[in-house]
Design a protein around this ligand. Structure first.
Ligand code: EPU
Length: 420
């Protein structure tokens, strides 16, 4: 079992390069199943969710070649199976994108119900509603989901909740359908736009991604024979921005899209730290005094992202005064607060709200990451705490952050991965 051992107390200083977006890449890889040609994808984050996703595609008959550690070429012309191995799909959330992609391409699919971080109930009723409105029969039984259609025909689909996964999955299933599909109340996250841009580069006709109405005009085929570069990871960039504030450091964040980070920048300025956009893809974030309290509510994009809630929770745990976070997306995203309390924080979490009584400092302790972003938050906590912190359950962190300890080490953190 690996753990991270962190000796805290060093303000983070220097430059960090942001990797490609996990939540775009985990959709783009299954999306290649729709392509009748070969495509190359650059800026793929080298993380475990991507490796599993590629392994599943290979089992389905796709040929994958890693050109370097962040670039892959995928040839999905000869798919030999529409049944994804259940033990593999259960390992991560984004396996649900295999449903939309295989339904769109082969009109037939069977996958295990998706796994992923335990953040409370994670229904997929909106995905299913979309597939059915396009003409598919969907069945969920014995831990599997299967969908079949004689043909798929475009339709108007209204999303009852704003869902990243359902918006992307419906795009995947509709891209080769006959006629036009509209998704109303669509998610607007940068990764939704990136998947639409990828599909359009490969020959699709998707308009309006990034607004709440997406229109998909079905095309005969996606030609491939093109190269696409994944958008920089908004959440990884936000994680380092908040690490700069928490550690009272000074970090230049390179290869990010500054516009995607406006929601984080606004809160960082509110707590009294500084953000300077050096150009469209570089931000400097620094903090030279104790942050002040804030009130945060997580919301779909362009609101404050739930995937940065634990990281800003670390900032607020040592801020001056009493802060409140309301989590509006997931039922159980405050599990990390119990771990922060082991480090001397004073946080009371109940249901979807938490009250942070800011303390002067955190102290090192053994802590357990309960999910991916909780893990990132505990690393930041270890970096700002007095003494030694050990972070366990690294498999969560490795699912979504490329070279995280190396990136923090390059910023001056004392952090080592140790195998017990
Ligand atoms: N929802 C439904 N029905 C559905 C789908 C969603 O009620 O059919 C609800 C969910 O329960 C939740 C809300 O709608 O309350 C939003 O869920 P969404 O579908 O947007 O989440 P997701 O697609 O399962 C993605 C990211 C998550 C991120 C959320 C919200 C991927 C692979 N995962 O999940 O990322 O928290 O969007 O932005 O893209 C992470 O990266 O750490 C992570 C958990």
């Amino acid at each position: 079992m690996d753990k991270l051992v962190i000796t805290g107390g060093t303000p983070l200083k220097g430059e960090v390069n942001i990797s490609g977006a996990k939540n775009a890449a985990v959709a783009i890889i299954p999306a290649t199943l729709l392509i009748d040609g070969v495509c190359t994808i650059e800026n793929i984050p080298n993380i475990s969710d991507i490796k599993i996703s590629c392994n599943i595609l290979e089992k389905l008959g796709a040929k994958i070649h890693w050109n370097d550690k962040n670039t892959i070429t995928i040839d999905s012309r000869n798919i030999t199976s529409t049944k994804a191995p259940l033990d593999m799909t259960r390992k991560f959330r984004a396996s649900y994108y295999l449903i939309g992609a295989l339904l769109g391409r082969c009109h037939d699919v069977e996958v295990g119900l998706p796994g992923g971080c335990n953040l409370g109930p994670r229904p997929i009723d909106q995905h299913i509603k979309g597939f059915e409105l396009l003409g598919a029969n969907v069945e969920v039984s014995q831990g599997k989901i299967s969908a079949k259609a004689k043909k798929l025909t475009g339709n108007s689909i209204y999303m009852d909740v704003v869902s990243v996964g359902a918006t992307i999955n419906i795009m995947l299933s509709a891209v080769l359908a006959k006629g036009t599909t509209t998704i109303d109340n669509a998610a607007k996250e940068p990764h939704v736009v990136d998947v639409a841009n990828f599909l359009n580069t490969m020959g699709a006709d998707i308009r309006g991604a990034g607004t709440d109405i997406i229109k998909i005009n079905g095309v005969e085929r996606l030609h491939g024979d093109a190269t696409y570069s994944v958008v920089p990871d908004q959440i990884e960039a936000g994680t380092f921005m908040l690490a700069a504030v928490a550690s009272r450091g000074d970090i230049t964040i390179k290869n990010c899209i500054t516009k995607h980070l406006d929601c984080v920048t606004a809160k960082i300025l509110e707590v009294g730290a500084h953000v300077e956009a050096i150009d469209g893809d570089t931000l400097r974030v620094w903090c030279n005094k104790r942050p002040s309290k804030a009130i945060i509510k997580t919301l779909p994009y362009p609101g404050f992202p739930t995937d940065l809630q634990p990281q800003i929770g670390v900032v607020l745990s040592t801020a001056k005064g009493t802060s409140i976070i309301n989590e509006s997306i997931w039922e159980s995203r405050f599990q990390y607060t119990a771990e922060l309390n082991k480090m001397g924080a004073n946080i009371t979490a109940q249901g979807k709200s938490a009250v942070f009584e800011g303390v002067d400092k955190l102290t090192g302790a053994p802590v357990y990451s309960t999910d991916l972003r909780a893990g990132a938050a505990l690393i930041i906590a270890g970096i700002i705490a007095d003494g030694k912190t050990e972070v366990y359950n690294l498999e969560h962190i490795d699912r979504g952050y490329e070279n995280i300890e190396e990136k923090f080490r390059n910023l001056g953190a004392h952090i080592e991965r140790v195998t017990e």
